[in-house]
Design a protein around this ligand. Sequence first.
Ligand code: G6P
Length: 610
Amino acid sequence: MCGIIGYIGRGQAAPVMLDGLKRLEYRGYDSSGMAVVGESGISVCKTEGKISRLDEKTDGGKTLVGFCGIGHTRWATHGAPSDINSHPHLSCDGRFAVVHNGIIENHAELRAMLETHGYAFKSETDSEVAAQLLQYLFDGDVKSTIRALIERIKGSYAFGIIFSGAPDRLYAVRKDNPLVIGLGNGENYIASDVAAALAHTHEFVILGDGEIAEITADETHYYSTDGKQIDKEPYTVDWDITRAEKGGYPHFMLKEIYDQPKALTDTVRPRIHEDEIDLDGITFSREYLDGLSGVDIVGCGSAYHAGIVGKQFIEKHCRIRVDCTLASEYIYKNPITGKDRLTVIISQSGETADSLAALRLAKKLGSRTLAVVNVVQSAIAREADDVLYTRAGPEIAVATTKGYTTQVAALYLIGLKFAITRGTITKKRYSALLSALSDLPDKVEEQLKETPVANAHTYAEAFSNQHCVFFIGRGADYAASLEGALKLKEISYVHAEAYAAGELKHGTISLVEKGTLTIAIATQSELYDKTESNVRSVSSRGGTVLAIASRENSKVRAFADGLLTIPDCDDDMSPVLTAVVLQLFAYYVAFKRGCDIDKPRNLAKSVTVE
Ligand code: G6P
């Protein structure tokens, strides 16, 4: 979704912002722009398309001269992607420039009011309303004008604002949309995402809802909604900038697939002490767990799929009923929750609007909330009662890989902790699973060794012309197939559907014809024979089958046209290994089809609108 970077300092703002915008590209965008303020006023350059066009148009930022500026990547919501609709937007008098993330819900009403006062709008966006409103409300003091602005606006926003009368000042305000202030030495930043400023600083301040920041090159001042000056504590982001760079890989996605052994190690191992799991000090007493009528897992996209793996694992070992619901459905279904239910919100970014809304609703209804989040200090992490961080490091490719597998690993930790606390698992099985979980990073490492990778590549080449692919599996394999199908469709634009293998015969098999590809996941020993018979029914109708099975149990090979193996592991851990194979498969199919792998069309990394 949209991204914001702003700079104020002693250097030229535009080249710094261009670099920041490039680092925000991963969020998904269709146009970009920058505005700088200097002694002669505000100059703007914006363009539809890639940031490279903005780079060209401004000669690497050189044509926009000034030490203070705001930049934006836009992901169109109100109005088509175009030069005019790109941000920053200028007020009619050219004195205010604004970049905006979020949605101004009452924009039509505000626009109509401003038009009756003679304001001529240039764009179709909701955001331009903010620039015109600043001019309309201006009372000689920018801070109080911003306060008046946010009183009039309904919806969610993160604004970066510059004013021609104050070229030494950058302003920011936010509500329900992420925005951080990056603290440098003689220079400061605003950013929708720490990744945009991480090359310059590791010290950040999070603006609270309705708080206003007034930033100069050397100082930052914060004000509450009622105008009082407030102190804000900075926090340190320990992510290394190189973890947000490609490091020699052709795509972030491939790099992040290869990051997984480390990401899983960091997520799992420091939390296992011999036979004990420490969920960063979060406690769930036996009395509390026994008193639960159930657990709700809520997330979007891959986070939801991780939730399905978690649901199966927790129900199996803890004997607690778990519902897994899409956040966008949870918030409108009038959920039955309260003190007797634990709500687990899963989100890599910690900023997904639907997941955040679900968290707030669950809290309001009295449920305890536990966030499983990757981005430290993100909104979901801050607002949940407890947070267990996945330690995947920065994830840049739109299609999540290490974000997903670390979420699954975190849910395994939670499930095992619950099971041993409730006494629903034998000590022996608990220890075996704990050791399997601890070994998982090594298994993924093994998985990523040459042969399986080469195989995934070969099969992807062979099947890259498919128009439609089915993924089937049972139990944990079904959960894994959901994520496999999503990964393929997200980045390669091949239609892909996941089915519980047993459901195939209830309709979908009518679509299987000669050459139709079905990816059959068969890693669950207890369900192996059942899945095998589903595979046979596909191949006997002329369908092509690519099977995924463990090395030790790969007799499905006899009925399949191809086989991808995963290292031998405890069946409960296989969804992580299967995910890695399917990530590689999707990656190579997309590669072969010439797709924009890290930034698939129409998709955004962090979806901050409902
Ligand atoms: C977007 C991303 C997905 C991600 C989903 C949820 O759709 O493209 O990869 O799974 O959002 O994001 P979250 O940050 O909440 O995990």
